[in-house]
Design a protein around this ligand. Structure first.
Ligand SMILES: NC(=O)c1ccc[n+]([C@@H]2O[C@H](COP(=O)([O-])OP(=O)(O)OC[C@H]3O[C@@H](n4cnc5c(N)ncnc54)[C@H](O)[C@@H]3O)[C@@H](O)[C@H]2O)c1
Length: 450
């Protein structure tokens, strides 16, 4: 469903009216276009501590316009506020900040940038996870980055985003994958997130086809977010297998044919679903995306057992049972990437969605609980928690709630299925084992559960 308010707010008369009335004025977000090669289409600014040098080592693969500010002049061309180009991407290494008085470097670095950002600019702050630091004041300073970055993300305008990446020991030289995602329009609808990265044994070898040679299964792939995930994984070189219920066969087959993949029609709640899947996947699987999901909304007072059971069965029980079976049977290969489609309802709670929110919170818990054991085989498991995404599922929400869902975020609009798909595609990459047991929100920094 299209968001008519964005069209209005970006028309010449609408823009003036919206400004005069103090209404939200969301911009059209820039998104990744097929065929594009460079993650950053414009000036990239590097600054801060020693990790910016690690970024400098591959920065010329992100863009050919690299600048430095407040850092060693040798790093790149010096950027001068008011004279340098508008900035499309910024990386500030704050990992060296260990005392309260050093935190002023955040203000000193970012303040001059605020009026010099291009539209849809992407900013990243690098730090060290507080829980890994022994010295309490250093841990406190690194934790302070969280409050700073989440607040600054809310102050950004014109579709810009900001994330904080806590870089673990050994992950310093593996930042290219995350930065290709977080500095590019692939993360257009991700903002205000705190991400923990660790070292990962496998890495992407060809950035034009980062998923080449990988076999991926996407459930609920006939339409909406699942269809977009299948398309994006195929774009990135994966061999895709699309699964959906038998009534969706026509759409599913058509999409599978277009993507050069295969289709499986199967109800994931069927008693023999695990056995059928194993039979369909004799050559194993590298990427498993549990996207199929349903809503059956009612307040708890009116919740029927059928509504409750259906949602828990599709959204939580099926991903648990099927993943366990595919692991036990050896279908899921070493270094596999598992992604569970959760929701910010599972983080914040949502009136009328006790069943749905329980199922989605359960998926986040599943990722957290399984991650340490699966890591022994190099397998990562994460939840992706979309906020308001424009699909058939959200088109059914009553008008007022739908409008509220769209505007209650820093980016002031709903996301597109492509936004969720890009996050899943990043998590599916060989190098993304650096990120496991976490929930990545794709919600435009929604105020819900933040
Ligand atoms: N749209 C949003 O704003 C939003 C927000 C947060 C989370 N999500 C989650 O993202 C996922 C996709 O959402 P969507 O909006 O694209 O939904 P959708 O309803 O458009 O698509 C869901 C797909 O899952 C399939 N499916 C349902 N039950 C199945 C079963 N038993 N076996 C096999 N396939 C089954 C459906 O046939 C459908 O093709 C869901 O898990 C949803 O909960 C969506």
């Amino acid at each position: 469903m299209s968001d008519r308010y964005i069209d209005f707010a970006n028309s010449s008369i609408g823009h003036r009216l919206v400004g005069a009335l103090g209404l939200p004025s969301p911009v059209r977000l820039e998104r990744w276009q097929a065929g594009r090669l460079r993650p950053v289409d414009g000036a990239l600014l590097l600054g801060g501590g020693p990790l910016s040098e690690h970024v400098g080592a591959f920065a010329n693969r992100l863009t050919d316009a690299i600048y430095s500010y407040g850092a060693e002049p040798s790093l790149a061309t010096a950027w001068i506020p008011g004279h340098g180009p508008k900035l499309k991407a910024v990386v500030f290494d704050a990992s060296h900040l260990q005392h309260t008085d050093q935190l002023k470097q955040l203000r000193e670095f970012f303040q001059p940038l605020m009026k010099n950002l291009a539209s849809s600019a992407h900013l990243v702050i690098l730090g060290r996870a507080p829980e890994t630091l022994r010295e309490p004041f250093a841990a406190s300073a690194q934790r302070a980055l969280e409050g700073f970055s989440r607040s600054l993300a809310k102050e950004l305008r014109s579709g810009s985003t900001l994330q904080l990446l806590y870089v673990g020991a050994g992950a310093e030289d593996q930042l290219e994958g995350p930065l290709r995602f977080f500095l590019s329009p692939k993360s257009a609808f991700v903002s205000g997130q705190v991400i923990r990265l660790n070292a990962c044994a496998t890495q992407v070898t060809d950035w034009t086809r980062p998923l080449a040679g990988r076999k991926a299964l996407v459930t609920g792939a006939a339409r909406g977010i699942g269809a977009s995930i299948a398309e994006t994984l195929a774009r990135d070189g994966a061999e895709v297998i699309l699964l959906d219920v038998p009534p969706a066969k026509t759409d599913l087959d058509a999409l599978a044919a277009r993507l050069g993949g295969r289709s499986i029609t199967l109800d994931i709640c069927a008693e023999d679903a695990a056995a059928q899947l194993i039979e369909h996947l004799p050559d194993g699987l590298d990427i498993l995306v549990h996207n199929a999901g349903i809503t059956r909304d009612k307040t708890l007072a009116n919740m029927t057992p059928e509504f409750w059971d259906a949602v828990l069965a599709v959204n939580l029980n099926a991903p648990q049972v099927l993943t366990q079976a595919l692991l036990e049977h050896g279908t899921l290969r070493d270094n596999a990437r598992l992604v569970l489609l959760a929701s910010i309802s599972g983080i914040a709670g949502n009136r009328g969605q006790t069943n749905y929110a329980a199922s989605k919170a359960g998926l986040i818990g599943l990722a957290q609980a399984w991650a340490p054991t699966l890591l022994e085989r190099g397998i990562s498991i994460n939840a992706v928690a979309p906020g308001f995404i424009e699909t058939q599922m959200t088109a059914h929400i009553p008008f007022a709630l739908r409008e509220a869902g769209r505007r209650m975020s820093s980016l002031g609009q709903g996301g597109l299925p492509q936004d969720v798909a890009e996050a899943v595609a990043w998590l599916a990459q060989p190098g993304s084992g650096a990120f496991t047991g976490q929930a990545l929100r794709v919600c435009g920094q929604s105020v819900l559960g933040a």
